[in-house]
Write a protein that binds this ligand. Structure first.
Ligand SMILES: [Zn+2]
Length: 88
């Protein structure tokens, strides 16, 4: 695991909640990942979250648990907390 991690930061997308059938969740995760890869200034190499969980209880592996996330707003926060997206 990330040796410097002290906890987990749970994120949400900040958009309106729209429930969806679980068959659409993987496409939603891919769309979030592509948004990060297309970001003009962040230089993301992957989705910024370690893990993504959906409303159906499924867990999608983002960067995985051994990688520093990019979603917590700064290098020290990213070194200290895993980033998990609660997908909605
Ligand atoms: Zn789902």
């Amino acid at each position: 695991a990330l040796p410097s991690a002290r906890g987990v930061a749970v994120h949400y997308l900040g958009t309106r909640y729209d429930s969806r059938p679980h068959e659409q969740c993987a496409a939603m995760v891919r769309s979030v990942r592509q948004t990060h890869l297309d970001h003009p200034t962040e230089n993301y190499v992957d989705i910024a979250y370690n893990l993504v969980v959906c409303e159906h209880g499924a867990v999608f592996v983002g960067r995985g648990v051994r990688k520093r996330p990019g979603a917590n707003g700064g290098t020290s926060q990213n070194a200290s907390y895993y980033a998990v997206l609660a997908l909605h």
